[in-house]
Design a protein. Sequence first.
Length: 169
Amino acid sequence: MITKSWMAWIAAWAGFAAFCCQPGQAATTSGTSIVLKNPWSPATPNGAPTAAAYVAIENHGLNDDRLLGGSSPIATKVEVHEMSMAHGVMSMHALSDGLVIPAGKSVSLEPAANYHLMISGLKSTPKEGTEFKLTLRFAKAGDVPVEVPVLPIGSRGPAAAMPANAKHH
Ligand SMILES: [Cu+2]
């Protein structure tokens, strides 16, 4: 579902959506085969209805898993979204079947990969320099919690250096 307010918000951060970020060192071990690394969220303007969060997901298990969605105390809904550009128009949709995390592989939710966690129904505005709790729900691993640092508005990620081979879609 795309609403006008969402589209306005997409436009606000579409400017950095083409750029990639480097994996960081922070890691959360869940006690399951799923490891969440390098979580971050760009700060939102006051009153923004939604925020986005990014994280790298490693599956150290022998079975494929699927990221189904999540929850956060700061919002009413957390969904996995895929963003796509067609004929110059950015749109996004929720992955209703979830995002497959293949066994032994890592999947990055990052601007360059066109995946993000859409946090909607914000109860409070995430402020730069703070963290908020996010719990991701996986089909096999269950709930995996992570603390998400809030970076400046328009941030491209914890390591903002832009790789020379950043792909533009
Ligand atoms: Cu979205």
